[in-house]
Design a protein around this ligand. Structure first.
Ligand code: FES
Length: 140
């Protein structure tokens, strides 16, 4: 399943869920903010000020990456996870309390750990560091 088809199907599922029909058995569609950006020399810079809440999640959509990156803030700590399933490389979705793959049902915790298979390998963590008022994600 390519990214475009997945997004189309996911949007269809969200519309159906809103209408009271559940296609995937997932109870909620989240409204996590998406930041679109690009990388330079394998790094993605994000303005730290874009994270306003004490606990917050954002999806980072990098122009030359196939899948989004989930960045989570909790207090002064940030973490980043690449949203590609380790089972068969399909996109995975942040639900607010975890990460799920709609292709075959794998579930992951917010640290990328496997909760339910068929995936057996944790999601890839993206190294993240602070540079002045920016976060730097190392994607290559
Ligand atoms: S590709 Fe994600 S569970 Fe199979």
């Amino acid at each position: 399943m390519n990214r475009r088809k997945f997004i189309e199907q996911t949007c269809l599922a969200c519309m159906a869920t809103t209408a009271g029909i559940s296609l995937f058995g997932i109870g909620a569609c989240n409204t996590t903010q998406v930041l679109k950006t690009s990388s330079t020399n394998g790094n993605v810079l994000i303005d730290k000020a874009s994270f306003l809440a004490e606990k917050e999640a954002k999806l980072i959509r990098v122009a030359d990456l196939e899948h989004d990156i989930l960045v989570l803030k909790e207090g002064d700590s940030f973490s980043a996870i690449y949203l590609q399933c380790t089972h068969q490389n399909n996109p995975v979705n942040y639900t607010g309390s975890g990460i799920v793959c709609n292709a075959h049902g794998s579930q992951f915790g917010l640290n990328g750990e496997v909760k339910t298979g068929p995936a057996s390998i944790p999601l890839k963590k993206i190294p993240i560091s602070h540079q002045n008022n920016q976060l730097s994600l190392t994607i290559k």
